[in-house]
Ligand binder design. Structure first.
Ligand code: B1M
Length: 215
């Protein structure tokens, strides 16, 4: 078993202490942070998802694994973040109403901040009106929403509706993402961009903050 397998194994077993230990060893062995994230932590989380889907894991096991994931990401954070970059733009980010999944959202935040964007993180289960109000009050350029449930992704459409009702749709770029979300859904609800992962989200957000994209 190499050290990345060790990380995946301890993650899906939910042993946070072993995950952090193995992540530190991988760093010391010279593995790039991105590879540790993708081939160690995220691979372990995929296994958790599969076990849950197949009925071998229940919610408590998933929570414990999620804690181990967060513990591993904490160690990687300083390596994934580029320090001392001037603010390139402002984003309001959250998981939509009805959705408590925040691991992917937190990765999006990390990647955006690493690329010099200022991120206001509203957390999880965020009402549509709150996305809109904060975007207006804080003068954000981008509203970024995450959803992991087919039952919660409809809340993204509600945010679009609230933007129109408030007469501010054109003021903001709206970005969406999360496992059940797609480019087709993005088009359907009239959002501006769907991106499949956190790194792509950060790249797209940076582009949207360039003067040519601003209203
Ligand atoms: Co839940 N859960 N969960 N869960 N959970 C899923 C999502 C599920 C697919 C599992 C399954 O059945 N295989 C399933 C959803 C089915 C569906 O709707 N299609 C599911 C379910 C059903 C549920 C509950 C209903 C279970 C229950 O209570 N019976 C419940 C719902 C709670 C709620 O939200 N109201 C629930 C609860 C939970 C926990 C609380 C136990 C825990 C969350 C802990 C936490 O987040 N703090 C949890 C977890 C951990 C998962 C799985 C196992 C892993 C999710 C995860 O963190 N993945 C998940 C199965 C799976 O995904 N394989 C599952 C790692 C993370 C990095 O990936 O969030 O997809 P992800 O983010 C990716 C991309 O999607 C993207 O970037 C990231 C990669 O770089 N991305 C964006 C995300 N947001 C983006 C935004 C962007 C751009 C990209 O732009 C703005």
């Amino acid at each position: 078993m190499n050290i990345l397998d060790d990380i995946s194994y301890n993650l899906y077993k939910g042993v946070a202490k072993n995950v952090t230990h193995a992540v530190q060893i991988a760093i010391d062995e010279g593995y790039p942070a991105e590879e540790i994230l993708q081939k160690g932590l995220l691979r372990g989380m995929d296994i958790v998802g599969r076990l849950f889907q197949e009925g071998d894991y229940y919610v408590p096991e998933v929570i414990v694994a999620a804690r181990a994931m967060n513990a591993g990401v904490e160690i990687l954070k300083p390596l994934l973040q580029k320090q001392g970059i001037a603010s390139m733009g402002k984003v309001v980010l959250g998981a939509v109403k009805g959705d408590l999944h925040d691991i992917g959202k937190n990765l999006v935040k990390l990647m955006m901040e690493s690329n010099g964007l200022e991120v206001i993180d509203l957390g999880t289960d965020v009402p549509a009106e709150q996305f809109v109000q904060v975007a207006i009050n804080e003068n954000c350029q981008i509203i970024a929403m995450s959803a992991l449930l087919t039952t919660s992704m409809g809340a993204m459409k509600e945010v679009m509706k609230q933007l129109h009702l408030a007469g501010v749709r054109e003021r903001f770029k709206v970005m969406i993402g999360g496992a059940p979300v797609s480019a087709r859904y993005c088009e359907q609800i009239g959002a501006d961009a769907y991106t499949p992962d956190a790194a792509a989200a950060a790249n797209r957000a940076l582009k949207f903050c360039k003067p040519e994209y601003m209203p």
